[in-house]
Write a protein that binds this ligand. Structure first.
Ligand SMILES: Nc1ncnc2c1ncn2[C@@H]1O[C@H](COP(=O)(O)OP(=O)(O)O)[C@@H](O)[C@H]1O
Ligand SMILES: [Mg+2]
Length: 307
């Protein structure tokens, strides 16, 4: 059964999409079956992994994206899965094991025009569709928008765990604080819709820092984040063992280049000397797979990796 995980922060631009795309790729490279679901109407993860031409074709259709499951025709989510989503221009599969449910700009209609059937909010429809897929995957990852509106609620209600990508700055701390407040409100609002077979509501299990520049000391922002996290943990607003990850994702030009190439960093190939951000993504994957000291002492995050 899949571990279902939302990546979210109330602040935009912290690197949610970059981390989720690269993390999902590392997990697939490690041999896990991964489904990435794009819940942000900006469609950044979808455009990145499908590349513009394929995504443009999808964006002009009414079916095949995550919004299709909310249409009257009731398309099933499994019909929207792009199997082994990464392809080269000849259609050769580049990373077997990484599937995606893409989104298009239409997802924004979920927030405005969509009229949910009585007694069945969007997050419940979505959760039931996830239930049909979860046996096929080890990880289902939700790339959420920076809010707790309907699309994000779909991910949060369907998740077991929540992680908060952050930058080492004051605005990320504010984003985290706001998110905790909004999550609490949503958990209360959605509690009566949670059936026994759905398990417990997702809790925040971790925070990690992304896009950290070389020679920048993050001890102070890390300490402030840890202080806030401790407060929320004591108030039971996060998981009891929620932590700040040891792994820090460095700031690296290749991350931005990878978007342009339509590839995760691990498939970009040769990295400039001193830029091994790929090791950070593998290390994050290892901490996520096996939280605790065992994962952190993995001697070779690149074991089995060939660019
Ligand atoms: N580790 C990194 N190094 C350099 N640039 C990064 C890194 N992570 C993200 N970025 C860049 O930061 C910007 C915002 O990242 P993105 O993943 O789109 O954030 P979000 O999904 O939170 O809005 C993008 O231009 C992306 O290329
Ligand atoms: Mg994004």
């Amino acid at each position: 059964m899949a571990r279902k995980i939302s990546f979210i922060n109330y602040k935009g631009g912290v690197g949610k999409t970059s981390v989720i795309v690269n993390l999902a790729s590392c997990l697939a490279h490690r041999g896990h079956r991964v489904l990435l679901i794009d819940l942000d109407a900006q469609s950044n993860a979808s455009i990145w992994l499908m590349r513009l031409e394929r995504w443009n074709a999808l964006n002009s259709q009414s079916e095949g994206s995550v919004f299709s499951i909310f249409e009257p025709a009731t398309v099933h989510m499994c019909d929207c899965v792009q199997k082994d989503v990464l392809e080269d221009r000849n259609g050769t599969k580049l990373l077997p094991g990484l599937d995606m449910v893409p989104t298009t700009f239409r997802l924004i209609d979920l927030e405005h025009d969509y009229q949910p059937p009585a007694g069945s909010p969007a997050f419940l429809t979505f959760r039931d569709q996830i239930a049909e897929l979860e046996k096929d995957y080890d990880y289902i990852l939700f790339d959420c928008p920076p809010n707790v509106l309907r699309a994000a609620q779909c991910g949060l209600f369907s998740s077991d765990e929540i992680y908060i990508p952050s930058n080492p700055d004051a605005l990320s701390l504010i984003g985290f604080t706001l998110f905790v407040e909004k999550l609490g409100q949503f958990q209360e609002l959605s509690a009566s819709f949670r059936r026994a077979d759905m398990g417990r509501p997702a809790e925040i299990q971790g925070i990690f820092f992304n896009s950290v520049k070389a020679n920048v000391d993050i001890e102070v922002p890390k300490m402030r984040m840890q202080f806030r996290l401790n407060q929320f943990r004591t108030q039971k607003k996060t998981g009891a063992s929620a932590k700040i990850f040891n792994t820090v994702i460095r700031d690296a030009v290749i991350v931005r280049r990878a978007v342009t190439l339509g590839l995760p960093v691990l498939l970009v190939g040769q990295q400039p000397a001193g830029e091994s951000v790929i090791e950070d993504y593998f290390s994050l994957a290892d901490e996520l797979i096996a939280p605790g000291p065992a994962a952190r002492t993995n001697p070779s995050p690149l074991a089995g990796f060939h660019s």
